[in-house]
Structures are given as structure tokens and as C-alpha cells.
Ligand binder design. Structure first.
Ligand code: ALL
Length: 317
């Protein structure tokens, strides 16, 4: 029996023993659900947080929210989970910074009776199995999203030219899936050539440096797929600094406000909306359902949309 169910049963027995003369039992404490994210400087996670908070309010659960300072801070994220275990939350909803590195601490949480929901970036299935962690996944098809972005890139380039890829963190599953999804489409094009593919660890500043170097090494680059918008924004700065504005097509991923503006200004072709607000909301709901004793599916899908000039300009009217 789970801890909370045990407490509830105890409350019911105590209540019935006390008889009718006592005032009705005080309402049970609301469930405590923790949302653990990555770099809070990335507006993607702000949107995720808002979705989770709205859902938590609707469901009457307490939501505790934390994220890391940097995209690469796996140790800090492990410490955040450790603190939530110490605080004895009822459930953890987590967008893991590493697909394998978080599994041991999440298994510890599970061992303590804390329910785990994995959102956004999938945990590594073989590692989960090996360690014994079981948890549902809430998120989208990253390979499909990247294929859609690559398809737009090919179209914008008229099917001809040299392209580059700015990747997320190597070994992290959504980063790998996006790379594969983009490559699948680009490699099928007879007149497109991938001349550079490198990580910028999801970050703007690193993308600025990486793309500056790519432009120097490959002056004929005419297209870029950036695996998230923050990296696309860094690449845009690199293009401006190199005096190449308007010469390189970019598609990317996340639908940040700054990229919407760049699309409307004609500087970026399109971005993929993967609905982080739904990842947050569905994650919280899955946790609440489980704590209420309801079955939760292993996989809960969130939708993908392509956001381009046509979409944004028509939406404005
Ligand atoms: C991923 C998200 C993003 C985001 C990145 C940065 O998990 O899906 O697209 O930009 O994390 O941490």
C-alpha cells in the first residue's frame, strides 16, 4: 500500500472509531507534486511551468517547482531531486537534463514511494530497465519534429546547397532523435550536403561560437537546422557578425517569442511548437491520477505544430 493510501485508510478508521459526536475530519493534505526542469533561463521551461501550475490549481494539488542554472548542469538537477526526496513529495515530474544520469536518483525516489513521471526528454529505456525504474513518458515525437523542420529547410533552399546542424547535448535522447530526424530528410536529398554537424549544448552563446567557426570553415553553407531556438538565435548573431544576413536559411525548434519575431522579420524560416505547457499539465495530471489510484498509460503524446511566416502572419489578423 502506498504511503498516502495508508494514511488515508488510517484516517478513515480513526474517524469511524471516533463516532458521530466528533466534528468531520479535516480535509486530507493536498498531494505535493514537484516539477523539476532544466535551465530556467530558457523560456521553453517558463511555458512548461505555467502549464503545470494551471493544471495543479485545477486539480487542487500543491506544485513545487525548480530548475537548473545551466543546460548542462546534471549534478545540480540530481541535487534538486535529492532535496525533493528529503521533503517527501508524493510525485516527481521531471524533464531530465541527462537521459541516463538521472535514472539512479529517480530510482531512489521510486524506492521511497515517490511516483515519477518523465516529461519532455525521454529517459534511456535500457538504463531504466537495468536499474529498475518504471515511469510513464509525456512528450512528443522528436524525430518527426526535426524531420518537419528539415523538410522546411530543404524547401527554403530550393533543394540545393550545403547545410549545417547545431545539435543538442550528445547522448541526450531528444537531442539524438532530432539529429536523426533531420539527417533522415537531408540525406535523402540528392543536391543537399551536410557539411557540418556539431553540438552547441542547447545554448545561444555556444551556438554563436560554433556557427561562427562553421561559417569560416564552410563559407558556402546556405542552410542550418538548429535543434532548439536558443541555438538558432546564437547562429543568427553569428550570421550578422559575418555579414551574411539574408543568405542562410534557418529552421529550428521550440517556438520561442524571439524566434517568432525573427520569422516575421524573414530571418528564420520556421520553428517547431512542441507544447511544453501540455507536457507540464499532462505530467501533473498523470501524477495526480496515479496518486488517486487510477491507471496511467506508459506513453502520453503531446502534439507538434510547424510555426512559419504564413501561420504567424495569418494568426495576427
Ligand atoms: C529540451 C527541450 C528543448 C529545449 C532544451 C533545452 O528538452 O525539448 O527543445 O530547448 O531541452 O534544455
Amino acid at each position: 500500500m502506498k504511503r498516502r493510501e495508508a494514511l488515508k485508510t488510517f484516517g478513515a478508521v480513526a474517524g469511524s472509531l471516533a463516532g458521530a459526536s466528533l466534528a468531520p475530519a479535516a480535509p486530507a493534505q493536498p498531494y505535493k507534486i514537484a516539477l523539476v526542469m532544466k535551465a530556467l533561463s530558457n523560456p521553453f521551461f517558463h511555458t512548461m511551468q505555467v502549464g503545470a501550475e494551471e493544471e495543479a490549481q485545477k486539480l487542487g494539488v500543491t506544485l513545487l517547482v525548480q530548475g537548473t542554472n545551466k543546460e548542462t548542469d546534471v549534478t545540480q538537477q540530481i541535487n534538486i531531486v535529492q532535496n525533493f526526496i528529503t521533503q517527501r513529495v508524493d510525485a516527481l515530474v521531471i524533464a531530465p537534463a541527462s537521459s541516463s544520469g538521472l535514472v539512479p536518483i529517480l530510482f531512489q525516489a521510486q524506492q521511497q514511494g515517490i511516483y515519477v513521471v518523465n516529461i519532455d526528454n525521454p529517459l534511456d529505456e535500457p538504463v531504466k530497465k537495468q536499474i529498475g525504474l518504471t515511469c510513464p513518458f509525456v512528450g512528443s515525437d522528436n524525430a518527426l519534429g526535426a524531420s518537419l523542420a528539415a523538410h522546411d529547410l530543404v524547401a527554403a533552399m530550393g533543394g540545393v546547397g550545403e547545410v549545417a546542424i547545431l545539435e543538442g547535448i550528445p547522448g541526450v535522447i531528444n537531442a539524438e532523435l532530432r539529429k536523426q530526424g533531420a539527417r533522415r530528410v537531408l540525406e535523402a536529398e540528392p543536391h543537399i550536403r551536410i557539411v557540418a554537424s556539431q553540438t552547441a549544448e542547447w545554448e545561444t552563446e555556444k551556438a554563436y561560437r560554433a556557427f561562427t567557426n562553421m561559417l569560416t570553415a564552410h563559407p558556402n553553407i546556405r542552410g542550418l537546422f538548429a535543434a532548439n531556438d536558443n541555438m538558432a538565435l546564437g547562429a543568427l548573431q553569428a550570421i550578422q557578425a559575418a555579414g551574411r544576413s539574408g543568405q542562410i536559411a534557418i529552421t529550428s525548434y521550440d517556438n520561442l517569442q524571439a524566434v517568432q519575431e525573427a520569422i516575421l522579420e524573414g530571418k528564420i524560416i520556421s520553428t517547431i511548437e512542441q507544447h511544453p505547457e501540455l507536457m507540464g499539465a499532462y505530467g501533473v495530471r498523470a501524477a495526480k491520477d496515479h496518486l488517486d489510484g487510477k491507471a496511467v498509460p506508459d506513453q502520453i503524446d503531446t502534439p507538434l505544430d510547424v510555426i512559419d511566416y504564413r501561420y504567424l502572419s495569418l494568426r495576427k489578423k
